[in-house]
Design a protein around this ligand. Sequence first.
Ligand code: GLN
Length: 547
Amino acid sequence: MARFIFITGGVVSSLGKGLASAALGALLQARGFSVRLRKLDPYLNVDPGTMSPFEHGEVFVTDDGAETDLDLGHYERFTGVAARATDSVSSGRIYSNVLEKERRGDYLGKTIQVIPHVTNEIKDFIRIGEDEVDFMLCEIGGTVGDIEGLPFFEAIRQFAQDRPRGQCIFMHLTLLPWIAASGELKTKPTQHSVKELRAIGIAPEILVCRSEQPIPDKEREKIGLFCNVRKESVIAAYDLKSIYEAPLAYHREGLDQAVLDAFAISPAPRPDLRVWQDVADRIHNTDGTVKVAIVGKYTQLEDAYKSIKEALTHGGMANRVKVDVEWVDSEVFDSEDPAPYLEGFHAILVPGGFGERGTEGKIKAAQFARTRGIPYLGICLGMQMAVIEAARNVAGLTAAGSEEFDHEAGATRFEPVVYHLKEWVQGNEKVTRKPSDAKGGTMRLGAYDAVLSEGSRVARAYGGTAIDERHRHRYEVDTKYRETLEAAGLKFSGMSPDGRLPEIVEWADHPWFIGVQFHPELKSKPFAPHPLFADFIRAAVETSRLV
Ligand code: GLN
């Protein structure tokens, strides 16, 4: 039976709860335990699938096809445990389940209330798969005191109460602000935050305190005293050069030891931190820098492309180079020469995206990379744009476009080399979609197999011809144009096993130009960089040596 660690946050948001949870997961693994991490989000959207990346950051897709919070990406990158649909839940999903049961009559005419109906639904969620791991880490989104968060806090309080003593602990993240004028770290906001938690019946065993300055012993004692936490369980979390130093940093501060002590696990198994030492070494000992442009639409919020940014960093670690990422807004050169914006980069990446805005600029970026011999990685929409570019400028299909944009622009005469797929096969099942289906969850989502052509660049990069990767899209490249495009030099080097869906295209006579219909970034890890990102950065290093 699993032990449970509930992770909450206070004082301010964005303290890095997700990162702390992920790092703790990695440390428990280093001590030989199996872990699973979960996120419980108080917002009312049923899932983040329809939330704007501008507002909420990237949507992280799991193998089993759930559109989840980007924190699940952190969890996977630190623990290597593939997240599942059942690792993320929102208030919206919980309420929707409760209301569905109410409509079905499952509650036998009872009055439906937050306690016990909503809290029971949350507790049922927390329990899923508890027998599979040694530790289940559940992070509660938001900050203590948020109105929407209350049912979650109440549910975890009850959960711990329902269980035998010592099976659940609470870890709380806070901020110790530094007041420059008096030269002091302030503990009062932390005291208040813990007071708020205790008022709702939760007494944290561990406090993780974000702080810019080292926490003096005196302050540590004070926090312990006022918050009723052992002094050794007041853990400092300083700003780090790289998030991947977090496991080692938290270990130095004693987080994993404090957690094992809280569970009275003694003697504590010794940690094996070699993986993280190697990761840290690759961050600190680099030889050179490559500059990569991410040409996209959601460039104001870096979190919109979180996994891509991380996967590029991993690609850098694989090659022991630093990767400088610059965000370039493609809309700016929709009807201009992109050269002034793209010259000087050693590689260009066009990420996924939705809608027509900025796509002409992305097509130009693909053309720029193709004609100048710059490494290009097109992901999902970035692949579709590369195909349209090839169709228009090399294969003579001058009116090539995508049905996705036709809907928006109302254009009439165009060649839909990218079209809206309404039927496909997943495993042994046929999946069908209608254009009238609701926006949420109507895409080809989750892991699908692909078969790579022998001798292709991608087969070399992957070191094999059978892969599976995660998808999140409605539109597909039409195989009707395959012959024409291949004759022009754009090879369809990866296909779905039934041969109907193009998964990868590559220019045969280009140093490194690959478009993929899936999202390889979602599976990259610092200790196991994704082969496409590792090879892409290798190619960028070569380009950097030419200039
Ligand atoms: N908008 C495109 C589609 O739905 C691409 C999606 C994506 O890049 N994730 O097919």
